[in-house]
Ligand binder design. Structure first.
Ligand SMILES: Cc1cc2nc3c(=O)[nH]c(=O)nc-3n(C[C@H](O)[C@H](O)[C@H](O)COP(=O)(O)OP(=O)(O)OC[C@H]3O[C@@H](n4cnc5c(N)ncnc54)[C@H](O)[C@@H]3O)c2cc1C
Ligand code: SF4
Length: 340
């Protein structure tokens, strides 16, 4: 059995107290913990070894969900994934978000896991998500304790994969996040929170707490999320596709955002694919062209589950399916199949 290392648990009851506590410690000393469903397993594997954890569970200021589809939503970072995926307004008007939250891990973990923790979830890699002893046997790797990246040995950066289900959706929805630190609050787009680096994958400063997510109005938008994973019962994504489309009454696409998750160290905006759609009616031919445009730049690496070539191929398949789903076209199993 893997055991947690010893640590001191701090339980602030106010946000300002939590900010002061995290600011009083170095990044090596202290981390934030919300549901702990990602951090505690990682600590058991000694991927993180903080001496202090600052628990966010007692902070009522993080536990709110207000607004509606006409005005937009404000979602406290401490709302659980279960609360998100069952929330009536989200289910009715932000189906992509309800779907993504509902596809994270298992019911028990969704009851504990928060939306803030899901956005900040650690990047993953076959050479990293292993026990301490497994990692020690290969001499560790760049992401923790070692000097070599086993996926790309000549590389000076880590290529671990962004594995959040909700982050691609929130980017497709054009959401913003509030980050509160000792010098005040800043609000940035969710897209700008991420860095294309498997180690420093967030632009969040160590002493900043993600407090709130603002989601713009849903009026006029159609959204969806599809996830590829080995086991449908529960598994991290090895590809996630989030799509948001705004269509005119005649079916012409006015705005489109497509985001690919789990193929790089950050969620990837498929801007060329979205550009193919804008100004067009989403015919099967137009959808096929957009799927091709998403497929070409998608370059997953060989460091998560299933074969690399299959995961790349599935980008075209899933982009095709999600777009057909959003415009009500029938979906056959061979849709999106094409040359590798
Ligand atoms: C078996 C298993 C399967 C899983 N499957 C999936 C899956 O399919 N998809 C998926 O996306 N995830 C999956 N997870 C990971 C995890 O359960 C979820 O990502 C969950 O939403 C994490 O939320 P949490 O509140 O538990 O985060 P925690 O574990 O508490 O924290 C995760 C990280 O976020 C930071 N953090 C948390 N809250 C904040 C905040 N408010 N401000 C700043 N930093 C913060 C922590 O410091 C930590 O670095 C799985 C985990 C397990 C164990
Ligand atoms: S991508 Fe390389 S450095 Fe990053 S976790 Fe995997 S093996 Fe380690």
């Amino acid at each position: 059995m893997l055991r947690l290392p010893a640590f001191t648990y701090l339980a602030p009851s106010q946000l300002t107290e939590a900010v002061r506590m995290i600011a009083d410690h170095t990044p090596e000393e202290a981390m934030l913990v919300a549901g702990g469903t990602d951090l505690y397993p990682n600590m058991k594997r000694r991927q993180f070894e903080p001496t202090h954890l600052i628990g966010l569970r007692r902070l009522a200021e993080l536990r709110h969900l207000t607004g509606d589809a006409h005005h937009g939503l404000t979602i406290g970072a401490g709302m659980t994934l279960t609360e998100i995926c069952h929330h009536q307004e989200i289910v009715a008007h932000y189906p992509a978000l309800a779907t993504a939250a509902g596809l994270v891990s298992t019911p028990q973990l969704r009851n504990m896991g928060t939306i803030g923790g899901n956005v900040c979830v650690d990047t993953r890699c076959n050479y990293y998500n292993q026990t301490y002893w497994w990692r020690q046997a290969i001499g560790f790797c760049l992401k923790k304790d070692g000097e070599t990246c086993w996926v790309a040995p000549g590389s000076s950066r880590c290529w671990a994969v962004s594995s959040s289900d909700t982050a691609p959706v929130l980017i497709a929805l054009n959401a913003q996040v509030h980050l509160l630190g000792p010098t005040g609050e800043r609000i940035i787009s969710l897209h700008d929170l991420f860095r294309e680096d498997g180690i420093v994958y967030l632009g969040r400063r160590h002493d900043e707490i993600l407090t709130q997510i603002d989601v713009p109005p849903a009026t006029g938008w159609r959204t969806a999320y599809v996830k590829l994973r080995r086991r449908d019962a529960f598994d991290f994504p090895i590809l996630g596709v989030a799509a948001a489309l705004r269509l005119d009454d005649d079916g012409t696409c006015r705005e489109a955002r497509l985001v690919l998750g789990a193929i790089a160290s950050s969620p990837m905006l498929a801007t060329e694919a979205a550009a193919v759609l804008v100004g067009q009616r989403l015919t099967p031919e137009c959808i096929a062209a957009a799927a091709d445009a998403a497929f070409k730049p998608a370059k997953p690496l060989d460091n998560t589950d299933l074969m690399l070539s299959y995961r790349k191929k599935m980008v075209r398949v899933h982009v095709t399916r999600i777009l057909r789903q959003l415009v009500g076209l029938p979906i056959r199993p061979d849709h999106g199949e094409g040359p590798l």
